[in-house]
Design a protein around this ligand. Sequence first.
Ligand code: ATP
Length: 256
Amino acid sequence: MTDPQKILELKAINKSFKELVVLKNLNLEINSEEICCLLGPSGSGKTTLFKIAAGLEKADSGQIIKAPGNRFAYVFQAPRLLPWKTAEENLIFVQENYGLEKEGKLRKLLFELSGLIRFKNSYPHQLSGGMKQRLELIRAFAIKPDLIFLDEPFKSLDLKTKFNLRKLISLIQRESGISIFLITHDPEEAVMLADRIYVLAAETTGIKAEIKIEQKREQRKISDPKLYRKLEYLREIFTDLVSDLEYQTSELKNLF
Ligand SMILES: Nc1ncnc2c1ncn2[C@@H]1O[C@H](COP(=O)(O)OP(=O)(O)OP(=O)(O)O)[C@@H](O)[C@H]1O
């Protein structure tokens, strides 16, 4: 088997904000047709890394290597839908940048898959939070990118919506072959979705672990011992943080 083609490679990336070193000698790569999860505690530099990879923030040093001609799409934490355009017009608007506005069939399919077909003429303020997130997601797919950056797409969603959205990403990704680079705080989510997981740790300011998951995504069950071991390993990485927190909360008791 030939090596999968690299879509994006980061080499020896360094980034500081004044005296705060956020990323130090960081290396990672994303291959075509893979879902790559970036996992790490709050403040470990996930969004900073993301912005650097997406070219929205400048690294102090290091290399960002992209395959020429590749198209990237981004879904940020803060919603970026245009409030004066309907759901479908929001998709058309981004498609126009790439001459894809005539791809009505693709839009229809994306609206159907995401369960938003009845709402394609609604304005963003008429949609629920979860619906808006689905819309942002299909808008990213609508430009037929090679890679989509998703910054915590499941944040503050209820379990059912989260599960459905995860399934939607998984399905569209499988059929389209688009690569996905996704930030999450949730080890279980990473294990269920990713082909490759990078763990960022605050104290080392670099990649603490890289984990590959070979099982087919549709067949994964968290009870599968192989998967569960990987999940346990990921959870162990965060144990230090949790024990710190327990110490601090025990101090809190004396203050009440
Ligand atoms: N523009 C900036 N100026 C100064 N410091 C920054 C800036 N952006 C990020 N930082 C700092 O860099 C560190 C990493 O921030 P970043 O947002 O990348 O973390 P994160 O892992 O995405 O966190 P979270 O999971 O909470 O979103 C934090 O200490 C943050 O305060």
